[in-house]
Ligand binder design. Structure first.
Ligand code: JF5
Length: 267
């Protein structure tokens, strides 16, 4: 049996894209069982209102707790006594990472609460914590118009890790962020294109040399664009050549951590 995913939103049609491609196949195969709920179905007024002005003043509107409480009660009661994880996308959440995607791919039941406007009345998550494990997550340091696009990203990142969803399981281990580094540049045919040659080593058939070239390129690329990832590497996990490449890229080991080399970079 696969993972259950429930989504609560005022825009159910955002989730129609999950009929497509790999995730669509995962659903047809039963690896991912998705149910989308319209928050407005849990309102009681003629206009199906979900928003109100914030107490204390300030710009914009908030989502009222009433419809959210009813919707989450309904979702919680819709299945047996599993242990659902309630995921609430928010710019104020903890960062969503590949590590969380891997952990959540082992869950039985994920529920997504997609806020709009300036967010959801704070009491909704407090109240839900009695019935769900609640995680507020952010995709990154930018603001979206609602949680739907963030929920789609999380569902895709988790869904592609479910057993049997990605055809070639090996493709899941060699990619960016799986080992804390960015992936090396990649090339396909033709070997020459617009005067640009594919690096010779990749045509050599020497698997050891290719793996080392990719490792070097991965370390250099990560050092160049994501110094925050280098700071999180464990120097003891790296080999002597890794350390040499990082030293050439301006990183020194001090107190068991990578630090930018002080002063001009030595050669
Ligand atoms: C949202 C209130 C949710 O903007 C985001 C977001 C940014 N990174 N990750 C998620 O979510 C939409 C906006 C305002 C609640």
């Amino acid at each position: 049996m696969g993972v259950f995913v429930d989504v609560v939103t005022i825009f159910p049609s955002y989730f129609e894209v999950l009929d497509l491609s790999l995730l669509g196949k995962a659903r047809r195969d039963g690896a991912l069982e998705l149910t989308v709920h319209d928050l407005r179905d849990f309102t009681n007024d003629r206009h199906r209102t979900v928003d109100e002005t914030p107490y204390g003043g300030g710009p914009g509107m908030l989502m009222q707790p009433g419809p959210w409480g009813a919707a989450l009660d309904h979702v919680r009661a819709s299945r047996g006594a599993d242990d659902p994880l309630l995921v609430v996308p928010s710019p104020a959440g903890e960062r969503f990472t590949q590590r969380l995607a891997e952990a959540w791919a082992a869950e039985n039941w994920l529920v997504f609460a997609c806020g709009r406007y300036e967010g959801i009345d704070t009491r909704v998550a407090e109240d839900a914590a009695a019935r769900f494990r609640v995680r507020e997550v952010s995709l990154g340091d930018y603001v979206l118009n609602g949680g739907e696009v963030a929920a789609l990203a999380v569902i895709e990142a988790v869904g592609r890790l479910l057993p049997g969803v990605v055809g070639n399981e090996d493709s899941l281990t060699d990619e960016s962020h799986v080992d804390g580094l960015l992936e090396a540049p990649a090339y396909t045919k033709p070997a020459g294109w617009r005067g640009r040659a594919v690096p010779e080593v990749l045509l050599s058939g020497h698997h050891g040399a290719i793996a080392r070239w990719r490792r070097d390129a991965s370390l250099r690329r990560t050092a160049g664009v994501r110094p925050d990832l280098i700071e999180h590497l464990e120097p003891g996990q790296l080999d002597a050549r890794d350390l040499e490449v990082l030293r050439e890229s301006g990183w020194t080991v001090a107190d068991g951590r990578f630090r930018p080399t002080p002063g001009p970079v030595a050669d």
